[in-house]
Each structure stands twice: as structure tokens, then as C-alpha cells.
Design a protein around this ligand. Sequence first.
Ligand code: 13P
Length: 290
Amino acid sequence: MKTLREYIKEADEKGIAIGHFNISNLEALHGIYNAAKKLNVPVIIGLSEGEEEFVGREEAVALVKALRARDNFPIFLNADHHYGFESVKAALDAGYDAAIIDAVKLPLEENIILTKKCVDYARELGKKENRDILIEAELGFIGTSSKILDAIPEGVSEATMTKPEDAKHFVEATGVDLLAPSVGNVHGMVKGGNPRLHPEVVKAIREATGIPLVLHGGSGSMNEDFVACIAEGIDIVHINTEIRVAYRDAVKKFLNENPNEVAPYKFLKSGVEAVEAVVEARLKLFNGIK
Ligand code: 13P
């Protein structure tokens, strides 16, 4: 099987993007995996520090590796938004394929030092264990929470979008594999509608850095904005809030309609199916499947 790096390169060449979806439980993993298998496209499973604490670090690795080995299918595991060296190291040591060091709240030069430390560690571990480990970093604030928001998070604006010259300096100084910029995207779904994305900023950052870019905060963005950003150099798109909402609503509806149902494998099935439907639609869009 190709490595994640090779799948990203392939997506880039084809002008499509790989879908990255977060999980908090086994049901979400099933829903995401069912959709990816049905469409036969690679997929990345992400766990933030909070999601990882709930699921279990080694448990997440065991689940994803088991599916990959059983079906020889390109499903990969990413340590999404890990905030310190120790948590990145722990995820990589446990067997994650990739990690995001999120030091966006630090001043640029401190973000560079921390990111470089993670990149160096990933290279050292990769060499020792013969694994191709990817490190991603963020530049430009896009908010923090995958939830329903009353308004655009404070500190996110067109003025705070990632500057191509900062991105170039950052990538050259850290040797990072993937970069998540701020291009109008926000984590979470804004009640009145999410802001528009800026494909022209994606293009400028891509030209300045030359490395694959990752679009975080995908939930709630418009289809045409995704397509335009993917055409300009986005190779991975992250979706979380949309599947959280779909899962919660489906299980709630099922239990409201079936108040005497106590078998989790019956009432949680509605959640699996709801996640699968959202992921299938997103994967079709990102992979250019009609
Ligand atoms: P959304 O919850 O806005 O889809 O963001 C997800 C994300 O970027 C996870 O890293």
C-alpha cells in the first residue's frame, strides 16, 4: 500500500483532496470507514487531544491499524491539534501516521522552535522504525472548537489570515510536511453561516511554500468554496462539527421515537448511518466523484 505522503501527492496531482474526519467513538469510525470503503477513496481519521483522551491513544491506533490490515485499505490516523511536544511524541510513539503540532497561539518564532522539535522527532522515529511520519503545523488563528457557534470566533478575521511570506519563512525554518493556513476558515459552524473561503490566499500560500496545504474547519463551508480551494492547493480537508451534529441528532431522534430501546447497538446504529451519509457526501465532493 502507498504511504499517506504518496496518497497526498496523488491527490495533489489529480486536483482532489483527501477527507479527514474526527472521531470520539467507534460508531463514528464505522460511519466514516463505511463511506470511504463504499467510494474506494483514502481517508484520514483524526483525534484531537480531548477525543484521544476519551477513545484511548493505543485503542485508536489498534482500531485503525486493524481495519487497514484486514482490508488492505488506505485508512490513516492523525493526532489532530496536539498542543505540546509530549502529546505529539506520545501519539507518534503509539503508532499514529501523522500529527499536528498546534502552536498557533505562540509568537511565530516560538511556534517555529516547537514545530521544528516535532519534525526532528518524527524524522528520528521514522528512521528508527522505518515509518514515513508526517508533521503538520498551523499558521493563522481559526478558532478552536468543533461546535455550533453564535458568531465568528474572536480573533478570526480577514486581517488575520496567514501571510504567504510568513508561511514561506515558517516552512523553510521547520521543514514541516503539511501546513494548515487561515484562509477564511473557522472551526465550528456559525449559526448565521460560515465566512467565505479565500482560494486566492490558498494559491499565494501554496506558491510561496510549495508544500501540500490542509483546510481545517471545513464544516459549514460552501461546496463551491471547497472546490476552488482544492483546485488551488488544498490536499486534505478536515470535517468534524457536521458529523458530531449528525450523530447527536440521529441518536436523539431514534431515542425519542423508541423510548424503550435499551440496546446500544440498536440505538447507536442510527448515529453510524447519519455519520456515513455526511461523510459520503463530503468525500464525493472532495474526490470529484459525481
Ligand atoms: P470543523 O469542526 O469546523 O469541521 O473543523 C474540524 C477540524 O478542522 C478538525 O481539525
